[in-house]
Design a protein around this ligand. Sequence first.
Ligand code: H79
Length: 424
Amino acid sequence: MNKRILMLLLGIVLCLQLYAQEQNVVQKADTKWFPEAKLGLFLHYGLYAIPAGVWKGKEYKGVGEWIQERAKIPISEYEQLATQFNPQQFDANEWVLFAKDCGFKYIVITTKHHDGFAMYKSDVSKFNIVDATPFKRDIIRELADACKKHGMKLGFYYSQSRDWHEADAEGNLWDFKGYQKNFQKYLDEKCKPQLQELLTRYGDVALIWFDGGRKMSDNESTQLVNWVHKFQPNCLTSSRIGNGRGDYETLSDNKLPTTTTDQAYEALFTHNFRSWGYSKTETKLRTPQELMEVLLNTISKGANLLLNIGPKPEGVFQEESIRDFRIIGKWINANAEAIYGSKGSPFPEMPWGYITSKPGALYLHVTKWPEDQKLSLPLNGRSSSAKFLVSGKKIKSKIAGENLLLSLPAKQPDEMCTVIKVSY
Ligand code: H79
């Protein structure tokens, strides 16, 4: 073969290889703020708040935001919900100030859940809050402005593969039975253009909370993460984008971390145990004490907690959620030093509660006050001092062999959880 042609072919092969490599290189974002923030407020808001788990008189227990799939509601019928969506009581400043008061450092809100409805003004699809509802206001815009005003980070939940409104996306087999899907077409024509809108029109986006649905190929995961970082290099992406391509790890829904980490990790829990969207069928709520256990268990393993509320159709949070989040928020604010910027516990689980740590300090979160008023820590005989975090009152301590032994008063200063700071 002609030498020149051979060289040319070789060159083409090399270029193709480089191109392929380029495709799989993921630019990682700066995750530093994330593990320090510790607490995020998750908001699942959408058309599914209207049926709230009940469709044509039938109750669908569990995940309310799945009503379209569970009742196999045809798109044309589901779209009618938009004509009823009119949250007149929605006030972005109120939501953000509530989150701030309760100690949340970031908010993540559904911009598009599996039903495919955009909660913002989208030029890509008319199935959005401004074009399809009598409300006509862009909730995401109002929230972004309020977050900026009050120094709150804002992240966007975006269902990247499931979209029951689109034939080529994952999930809707009742409207599009037997249809041969072209997933890349959906990515190119809806998913990516909508992400571009979200990343170019609302200021700094703290993170994109991708969710599961379809087993993504590595190429698809990489495409989307690079697409996000192309517009905002420091916008984090969640691990549910698949193939280890995300910037931080989200655990399974309503699951505690099992190991301690100093990486960017997040556990997510919903107040009512099962539904993320507002649901009239899921009335049982975690008590403030149960929320505290979830919080402390999570942060003692070094992870963040993303705690969810599904706002009601009128644009307000359930009163019980406001009440209970304020209860734990009060505790969180009083004990802020032991939470924000802390790392997990260097020890295995303790019978009396949980531990968080900072350089030179351990924070003992005592939820079960020891009956014998004794608390011991395996501190290798290191000299240290102990005090109550909130009152600053010193606690009697002595070194007994390897252990630091604390003598506690009979009465627990904070019934919910008392924090003891041990400095060494
Ligand atoms: O947004 C929330 C959920 O809607 C979403 N992730 C959280 C944050 C989610 N997407 N997929 N999944 C959760 C997997 C869950 C699927 C199931 Fe079901 C929901 C299994 C049981 C309930 C639908 C209804 C499929 C089977 C029954």
